[in-house]
Design a protein around this ligand. Structure first.
Ligand code: ACO
Length: 326
């Protein structure tokens, strides 16, 4: 079995910033409530004519450059997204063409905010078994296009962005050591975009009743997140043959600072060991972990041999975590 790890990372966020103070002018909310309840101060918003693939391409190109490879070397591209450009083709196919990844297979993966870790786990299997050598995993979202800007329960939480990682063979004993994936479809109603799929195809009625927007039961998702974030990391650790005191850095899904703090507490980690950027970007769904990862790499937050845990949760409901030796 080959050892598989991340050999390059990259991210991209749109330039346009929407602050809590901007939101105060749009809905009945205020900076203090948002900061206090979520930790978010601002988020990035893609322009109207910018689809998810445009963010994805920039993040992917940065990851490819960071890995020091050429796009033609990629064997597979997996894009984790809940905001694909179109229902078909996949956003991964758009990327495959635009990047010039002439030898790569490509598909999208649907696991909402857990998507990046799910996609990493899929890519890892192909390299472990020797089928492929280089896999590009991209998580990209333009959630702003699915937000009801009149609903203060959701519009303050989300932002746009993209992150990417190139997976390849690494030295024995390094790279991905343990993975945990999970799902609980009984929680499907907690967080969804009701219409535009085959259940409720687009109609004047679905538009009039706001069914193309994100709907969320915030407190249910909150309780679920608090429960799974610690337990999934403990499972990945067990599969890695490691214990929680060996974690050097935790990169959690950036949905809410209180969920992040609770996960850190459960794992007995001081906040210095936790990567947090929720204040700047809000919840960018699947993109949040790879954006935080790429920023941490850029800031030289870890050194070779460090044990890194990444963990996410999201619609589905789904959760996923992974332990890596850097
Ligand atoms: N500004 C002011 N007040 C607000 C706002 C706002 N933006 N949003 C909600 N409120 C009000 C509500 O109307 C409610 O008022 P009421 O009690 O009079 O009805 C009250 O605030 C609710 O307050 P709390 O119960 O204290 O809110 P809570 O602490 O649960 O925080 C939050 C709400 C931030 C949504 C939290 O539940 C949360 O973060 N949940 C998880 C959400 C999440 O992570 N979703 C993404 C999952 S990932 C994915 O797959 C996309």
């Amino acid at each position: 079995e080959n050892s598989v790890g991340i050999i390059g990372v990259g991210y991209y966020v749109p330039e346009k910033i929407l602050t809590n103070f901007d939101l105060e002018k749009m809905v009945d909310t205020n900076d203090e409530w948002i900061v206090d309840r979520t930790g978010i101060r601002e988020r990035r918003i893609a322009e109207d004519d910018v689809p998810t693939s445009q963010l994805a391409i920039k993040a992917a190109q940065n990851a490819i450059d960071n890995a020091g490879i050429k796009a033609e070397e990629l064997d597979l591209i997996i894009v984790a997204t809940l905001t694909s450009d179109r229902t078909i083709p996949s956003t991964a196919c758009i990327l495959q063409d635009k990047l010039g990844a002439t030898h790569a297979a490509a598909f999208d993966l649907s696991a909402a905010c857990s998507g990046f870790v799910y996609a990493m786990s899929v890519g890892t299997q192909f390299i472990k078994t020797g089928v492929y050598k280089k896999v590009l995993v991209v998580a990209a979202e333009t959630l702003s296009k699915y937000i009801n800007w009149k609903d203060r329960n959701t519009c303050v939480l989300f932002g746009d962005g993209a992150g990417a990682a190139v997976l390849g063979q690494v030295d024995d004993g390094y790279g991905i050591l343990g993975i945990d994936l999970g799902s609980d479809g009984a929680g499907a109603e907690c967080l969804d975009i009701p219409a535009s799929g085959s259940l409720h195809p687009a109609s004047l009625e679905t538009i009039a009743s706001n069914m193309h927007y994100i709907h969320m039961n915030g407190s249910e998702v909150f309780k679920f997140a608090i429960k799974v974030m610690g337990s999934t990391v403990l499972k990945s650790l067990e599969r890695s043959g490691l214990t929680k005191d060996q974690i050097d850095c935790l990169i959690p899904h950036q949905a809410n600072i209180r969920i992040i703090q609770s996960a850190a507490k459960r794992l007995h980690l001081p906040m210095e060991k936790v990567v947090v950027n929720v204040a700047q970007y809000g919840n960018t769904s699947a993109a949040s972990i790879p954006i935080a990862l790429a920023e941490a790499v850029q800031a030289k937050r870890f050194k070779k041999g460090d044990v890194i845990a990444i963990a996410g949760f999201g619609a589905g409901l789904t959760w996923a975590s992974c332990i890596m030796k850097w």
